[in-house]
Design a protein around this ligand. Structure first.
Ligand SMILES: C[S@@+](CC[C@H](N)C(=O)[O-])C[C@H]1O[C@@H](n2cnc3c(N)ncnc32)[C@H](O)[C@@H]1O
Length: 276
């Protein structure tokens, strides 16, 4: 039995691209993330994934940033066995199954209602799993989530699609609701208006995330500290500096080598963590 996704809007369909990228990585002879569940999920969706134009570079970048976020969540859960993990814009990501936290952890996947329906239809159950079907841009999305434990708030692939005022409201909503914890997300450094327009033109008529790109990003990893006074930068890590870049396609491997000397390249694929 397959699940239809034609009813999903362009923003919701971005969840297909990242899941497909992880599925392709899992099929590779030398996977970086090695998430066979992503391939199982993709095989149950009635959709022409080749339309998404996922290049080998995108596949590897998506897989490696997921691996880096997984590692950080595992560490948080190890340090805080009685805690909450909140995955913002969770899409179809099987992060909870990869991390497989102990039963003392409550894990909330938040996404738009239509995406949560597809997620519930496709992902196997996990004893820690709860979902919140809500828009993060509406106040009150965090209300169903108990605020009684240290909380790791994660966003993989979300911020690029939001405006900065929306991101600030979401971050303040999280940091104001949960008592203490970590906020972790991936970003792409500064993305100029010209680059965003060029991306839209280059992918015109295609089902590309460039069409949904809204956020101009930032250079200084401390910049999000201005979003909420409680945020303190805890880590800035570049995907480009990881040993797994050996499995990248040639051009990206060269970029990764250059990124040691050219920080603007390293910033193009970051994992950022903030304490609050
Ligand atoms: C690129 S996908 C990433 C999905 C998932 N994190 C992953 O790694 O596969 C972006 C996700 O953000 C979700 N999203 C975008 N805007 C949202 C909003 N206002 N409220 C909740 N989810 C949103 C989309 O529905 C989509 O699932």
């Amino acid at each position: 039995m397959t699940v239809k996704v034609d009813h999903l809007g362009p923003l919701e369909q971005t969840a297909l691209l990242t899941e497909y990228a992880r599925a392709l990585d899992s099929r590779a002879a030398d996977p970086i993330l090695a998430d066979p569940l992503s391939d199982e999920v993709v095989s149950k969706i009635d959709f022409d994934f080749t339309r998404l134009g996922v290049t080998p570079s995108v596949m590897r970048l998506v897989a490696l940033r997921a691996k880096m976020l997984d590692e950080r969540i595992r560490r948080f859960v190890l340090d805080n066995p009685h805690s909450t993990v909140v995955d913002l814009g969770a899409g179809l990501n099987s992060m909870i199954h990869r991390v497989d936290p102990p039963p003392t952890v409550n894990w909330y996947s938040v996404d738009l209602p239509a995406v949560i329906d597809v997620r519930e239809a496709l992902l196997p159950e996990h004893r820690c799993s709860r979902v919140v079907a809500a828009s993060l841009t509406e106040p009150g999305w965090a209300d169903p989530i108990p605020a009684d434990r240290p909380t790791m708030v994660v966003a993989d692939g979300l911020v690029a699609f939001l405006t900065e005022p929306s991101i600030i409201a979401i971050v303040r909503g999280a940091v104001g609701h949960f008592p203490e914890g970590i906020l972790a997300f991936n970003d792409y450094g500064p993305v100029s208006r010209l680059n965003r327009i060029a991306g839209r033109i280059a992918t015109r008529g295609a089902n590309s995330p460039h069409q949904q790109w809204n956020f101009a990003g930032f250079k200084d990893a401390r910049y999000p500290e201005t979003w909420d006074a409680r945020l303190r930068l805890a880590e800035e890590a570049s995907v480009m500096h990881r040993p797994e870049t050996a499995a990248f396609p040639l051009s990206l491997r060269l970029a990764s080598r250059l990124s040691r000397r050219i920080p603007s390249i390293a910033r193009k694929a970051r994992i950022l963590q903030y304490r609050y």
